[in-house]
Design a protein around this ligand. Structure first.
Ligand code: FE2
Ligand code: FE2
Length: 218
């Protein structure tokens, strides 16, 4: 069942890079402006809800399409898989806490509720980082010699299928932002040709505008 050559699994680390940054960044933005305008509250609350839904669906795709295959095919590594599965449960608690704090802040954007939301984002960030480390070090190399490329790609497709169409450009721009040239070229190569051709207009421009609003908006 194992492929002869390891499959290409580099997109996992690439996607994790966004998760590694976004919750701490958003907590910082909340603390930097305790009295935001109503438009700013709506924008940031939408950004946070989107950020945690991306993580939720990323984990769901691993729970459904990655971990069970590893346990089935490499039962001697089941303990390592169970370890990251348990981390997912802990992260789910962190996501739920952010979600509740975010809807509280959206409804009543007081400085106190803003601080509570920033604290929940920091907590999510703190429990998430070790999970991403463990998954990249223990699970991804195992998947590379256990899954077929097709099975691996299915996971990415599952996560992407939950991104609303009007958020696709922002999601892709956000994913590509922290990458080096090589990883960026790799991710772009997966796009359909017309999107690649019109990348500056279809993705870069909307992402730049969104990122400016995120980081400089009031
Ligand atoms: Fe992951
Ligand atoms: Fe994970």
């Amino acid at each position: 069942m194992s492929p002869a050559q390891p499959i290409d699994v580099r997109d996992m680390k690439i996607v994790h890079e966004t998760f590694r940054r976004m919750y701490a960044e958003t907590a910082g933005l909340l603390r930097a402006n305790p009295s935001p305008s109503p438009e700013r509250v709506a924008f940031l609350a939408d950004h946070i809800d989107f950020g945690i839904s991306m993580l939720h669906h990323h984990h769901e795709s691993e729970d459904d399409l990655l971990y069970p295959l590893l346990v089935e095919r490499v039962p001697e590594r089941a303990d390592a898989v169970r370890h990251v599965e348990q981390q997912h449960q802990e992260v789910t608690g962190g996501i739920d806490a952010v979600s509740a704090a975010c809807s509280g802040w959206r409804a009543a954007p007081t400085a106190e509720n803003g601080t509570a939301l920033a604290d929940r984002l920091d907590h999510l960030n703190a429990i998430l980082q070790p999970h991403l480390d463990d998954e990249e070090q223990q699970i991804v190399p195992l998947a590379a010699v256990t899954l077929t490329q097709e099975e691996w790609e299915e996971m990415g497709e599952h996560s992407r299928s939950y991104i609303p169409k009007d958020r696709m450009a922002v999601a892709f721009g956000m994913l590509l932002e922290p990458l080096d040239d090589d990883d960026r070229a790799h991710m772009k190569s997966a796009l359909p040709f017309p999107v690649r051709l019109l990348y500056p207009i279809l993705i870069q421009r909307p992402w730049d505008a969104y990122a400016r609003k995120l980081r400089q908006g009031t």
